[in-house]
Design a protein around this ligand. Structure first.
Ligand code: EPU
Length: 425
């Protein structure tokens, strides 16, 4: 296990290129299980979650090849097992995305039930209820979800009680091979869902309403994509760079991003006074401001402010003048970074899903521990603008979702070292 040692305060300068999106890549790679032939991908980020996904597919008999330098992945989806084992799913909850394609293609699946995680209980009951409506018998046994198709999969009208990103993705994949029309109501509108939907459309499935909360899909036959599927840029990495530039009062160019997906993030950061210029559809320029203003924010499903940006924004609010508030509406326990930020001097209190942040403060370097992916990013940002040395341990969380984050920071002028963490087993 590694830790990061940051020497602050620091300023960043230059240009940073955004890598392929983790949360788009995962469903797209799982979706290869729906096809007959080899499926190829480009712009695949070099992340632990990709390693885990390919390991899981291999454990079921698929042949995969990942050229990490080129960022290409190929999957030959011929399986000899429909079991997504606990050892894989416990490392990455997105392993639940195996459920849809397995049931659709092989008629049955045994997928380890993902446990809770640091940020919340994160049940998958909406995925399972929707599957049952399509004619699948589902039960939980020995920690595994067992799903068995009773007859042909039947299109259905499915209403999600709450917006679920991977739930929508799983059901899009199942419905593609079902008979007739499926309507997904209260569907997720996230760009990652649209990316998956477009691949299914290109493969011959009729889908209407992508990007809206009502998606209508007519199941059919899928044609294996002939051209490689390009993983779109990571919108949360893009937002994290905006937050990093703002926190360190730096001028930064962010390239290879998709500006259109950043509307809520741009609005949030501009509201506190961060000057951000849209250079082109794929490039942003973050400018320097003398000080920031407090603000009130709430996380929401897309197109609202992403919960995956909450921890990073909070670091910026610690530096703003006055009292800010963030209400976290997606996950019930996503304030684990608060205690660590407090150890660095932050004045944050929480009550239920509301965090109150008093600023401005000067972060002080301290040893801190990452609890989840976005919390890790927030601690690194705090470390960049802290006085003194910050040691962030358990950064395997960071490596799950940010490609070469510390190397990119070094290239922008930050003093960041990655060293083995001998204090942890
Ligand atoms: N929920 C249920 N039952 C379900 C499904 C969801 O109660 O069957 C609840 C969850 O507990 C949560 C809310 O609904 O309170 C939304 O959860 P959702 O299903 O949308 O989350 P997810 O699909 O498991 C994805 C991302 C997360 C991101 C959330 C919200 C992937 C692989 N993961 O998770 O990304 O935070 O959507 O946008 O796409 C991250 O990248 O750091 C990360 C956690």
């Amino acid at each position: 296990m590694d830790k990061l040692i940051l020497h602050g305060p620091t300023q960043l300068s230059g240009t940073v290129a955004v890598s392929g999106s983790k949360n788009a890549a995962l469903p797209l790679i799982f979706c290869s299980l729906l096809f007959d032939g080899e499926v190829n991908f480009t712009n695949v980020p070099r992340l632990w979650d990709i390693e885990t996904t390919l390991g899981l597919l291999e454990s079921m008999g698929a042949k995969t090849h990942w050229n990490k330098e080129l960022g290409t992945v190929s999957v030959v989806p011929k399986l000899n097992s429909v079991v997504a084992a606990y050892d894989w799913v416990r490392k990455m909850r997105a392993g639940i995305l195996a459920l849809g394609p397995l049931v659709a293609r092989y008629g049955e699946a045994r997928v380890s039930l993902p446990g809770g995680c640091a940020i919340g209980a994160r049940p998958v009951n909406f995925h399972l209820q929707a599957l049952e409506k399509m004619g699948v018998k589902v039960f939980v046994e020995g920690g595994y979800i067992r799903a068995q198709r009773l007859g042909p999969l039947k299109g259905a009208v499915l209403h999600f009680p709450q917006v679920t990103v991977t739930g929508t993705e799983n059901l899009l994949m199942i419905a593609s091979l079902a008979e007739g029309t499926t309507v997904l109501e209260n569907a997720a509108r996230e760009p990652e869902v649209i990316a998956l939907g477009r691949v299914l459309q290109d493969a011959g499935i009729s889908i209407e309403g992508l990007g809206t909360s009502r998606i209508t899909l007519v199941g059919g036959k899928l044609v294996t994509p002939k051209v490689p599927i390009r993983i779109p840029p990571d919108r949360i990495e893009t937002g994290t760079w905006i937050a990093a530039a703002a926190a360190t009062k730096s001028e930064l160019r962010i390239v290879d991003c998709d500006v259109e997906e950043q509307t809520a993030v741009l609005a949030a950061f501009r509201r506190i006074g961060v000057p951000i210029q849209v250079v082109s559809a794929t490039e942003l320029a973050v400018g320097r401001a003398q000080s920031y203003e407090a603000g009130e924010f709430q996380t929401e499903p897309y197109p609202g402010l992403a919960t995956d940006m909450q921890a990073q924004l909070m670091v910026n609010l610690c530096l703003a003048n006055g009292v800010s508030r963030i209400r976290e509406t997606i996950f019930e326990n996503r304030f684990l970074h608060v205690a660590e930020l407090r150890r660095m001097g932050a004045r944050i209190s929480t009550r239920g899903n509301l965090a109150t942040i008093k600023g401005p403060i000067q972060f002080q370097g301290a040893p801190v521990m990452a609890s989840d992916l976005r919390a890790s990013a927030s601690l690194v940002l705090a470390g960049l603008c802290a006085k003194g040395v910050t040691e962030v341990s358990r950064i395997y969380h960071l490596d799950r979702g940010y490609q070469k984050f510390d190397a990119k920071l070094r290239a922008l002028g930050a003093q960041v070292e990655r060293v083995p963490d001998s204090s942890l087993g």
